[in-house]
Design a protein around this ligand. Structure first.
Ligand code: AP5
Ligand code: MG
Length: 221
């Protein structure tokens, strides 16, 4: 099973992916998390990635494609994988198609999350993430606060704010999404694998409900 999470920054790709991982056992693979881990460890990849991410820009395709293809060779993703934040350009999508064709695998579902822009910005500036890389739980200090300020409910790790979650950088990320990633909506629609879900408090439809619905539909398939 291969599920792709598509959507602008802050639409809930990470939140829904990690709920789906818990429910299905399919492994969440987030390119953003891989880059952030490398930035923290100050690897060569981390230094390159940081020069793009800190400005809100995408990491070049050839680097990102290589990382994901290597990750897809590992045993823990053979049963199922939830690609959180990849592909993000048409070039990445075409490379993934070629790779999966060679392996005799296919994309089962592309989950396209959409959220009004004002809500996205409010969510992202209020986001805190667990600094424990084994946990990486996501909170929102307004909508979904931890029980104890600054401490992760799940593992007791410290909660931090992402470097690229400043309002100005978020706007660049949203513009890059519109220019470079949004063409993938049509790309996957044509392939008949797109499923769009509006995730918004305005219609009382949040990430948890989306994950419940997807889990139910996978089981009924
Ligand atoms: P990445 O880490 O993927 O960031 P992103 O796409 O900008 O998305 P986010 O992680 O910010 O948001 P999300 O949709 O996961 O939402 P979340 O669940 O956290 O990428 C970071 C950077 O890495 C990119 O900018 C790029 O530079 C680089 N990169 C990554 N992949 C790449 C690729 N393929 N190619 C090139 N470069 C790449 O939720 C957000 C907030 O909302 C949280 O506070 C959460 O608590 C809250 N929230 C979630 N759902 C709800 C809800 N329903 N109601 C209220 N609050 C909610
Ligand atoms: Mg994310």
């Amino acid at each position: 099973m291969i599920i792709i999470m598509l959507g602008a920054p802050g639409t809930g790709k990470g939140t829904v992916s990690s709920l789906l991982e818990e429910k299905t056992g399919y492994k969440q693979v987030s390119t953003g998390d891989i880059f952030r881990q490398n930035i923290k460890e100050q690897t060569e990849l981390g230094k390159i990635a940081d020069s793009y991410i800190s400005k809100g820009n995408l990491v070049p395709d050839d680097i990102t494609i290589g990382i994901v293809e290597n990750r897809l060779e590992e045993d823990d993703v053979k049963k199922g994988v939830i690609l959180d934040g990849f592909p993000r350009t048409v070039k990445q999508a075409e490379a993934l198609d070629t790779y999966l064709q060679e392996k005799g695998r296919k994309i089962d579902m592309v989950l396209n999350l959409t959220t009004p822009e004002d809500e996205i910005i409010e969510r992202i500036v209020n986001r805190r993430v667990c600094s424990n890389q084994q946990c990486k739980a996501v909170y929102n200090v307004v909508m979904n606060p931890p029980k104890q300020k600054g401490i992760c409910d799940k593992c007791g790790g410290n909660l931090t704010q992402r470097e690229d979650d400043k309002e100005e950088t978020v706007k660049t990320r949203i513009n890059n999404y519109i220019e470079q990633t949004s063409p993938l909506v049509e790309y996957y629609e044509k392939k008949g694998v797109l499923r769009t879900e509006v995730v918004s408090k305005k219609i009382n439809h949040l990430g948890k409900q989306v994950a419940d619905e997807i889990e139910r539909d996978i089981k009924n398939k």
